[in-house]
Design a protein around this ligand. Structure first.
Ligand code: SIN
Length: 187
């Protein structure tokens, strides 16, 4: 699969005819909401865990020196905390462009922090996309992040802004916080 997912995502028709759709964000969509939304609520999804396993050629790195950004990896029983946004379908034109480097819109159940649930969408970059980098130690990930930057800024700011946003939400993420710790030792 090419790492430009715009055309595939435009074919996603599960919520056609809906006036609004819930979108779950777990990476930059938590701390950089550069799109209009009707409402946002802290939420989580189950059986997925956040990992800095996706390469970024277009935002936090370049074609020759990709950065590392968050995607979700399946893990039974895992809970991934983030932010859910209620958006109109028109917003997907912007989001599909922003998330085009390997992310597919997938349907998911979303649980709000008050325990109520809803069906929605999440952008996930799976192992089949050409930009996927896969597993590495958190120290290696920190080393790559420290050395990377792209049109959207320094890769380390993505990691640090995400760690900050998760703390503001009162959420733990051992993977993110471990990379943050290694990053602080490099700087
Ligand atoms: C997300 O934040 O939900 C997707 C990954 C990203 O844009 O960082």
């Amino acid at each position: 699969m090419s790492h430009n997912t715009i055309v595939i995502n435009q074919r996603m028709d599960k919520f056609d005819g809906h006036h609004s759709v819930w979108l779950f964000g777990y990476g930059s969509l938590i701390f950089k909401a550069d799109f209009p939304f009707i409402e946002r609520r802290p939420a989580s999804i189950v059986d997925w865990t956040r990992r800095f396993w996706q390469g970024s050629h277009d935002h936090r790195g370049t074609e020759t020196a990709p950065g590392r950004v968050a995607t979700l990896v399946q893990e039974t029983g895992a809970v991934c905390a983030g932010m859910a946004y209620l958006i109109t379908p028109a917003v997907f034109a912007h989001l599909d462009h922003r998330e085009k480097n390997g992310y597919l819109r997938l349907a998911t159940g979303i649980t709000f922090d008050d325990g109520s649930t809803v069906e929605g969408l999440v952008y996930i970059a799976t192992g089949e996309n050409a930009a996927f980098l896969g597993a590495a130690s958190e120290q290696e990930i920190a080393t790559q992040i420290a050395a990377s930057s792209g049109p959207s800024g320094h890769n380390r700011d993505y990691l640090l802004d995400l760690a900050h946003a998760l703390r503001e939400l009162g959420k733990e993420d051992e993977h993110v916080f471990a990379i943050e710790k290694y990053l602080s030792q490099i700087e």
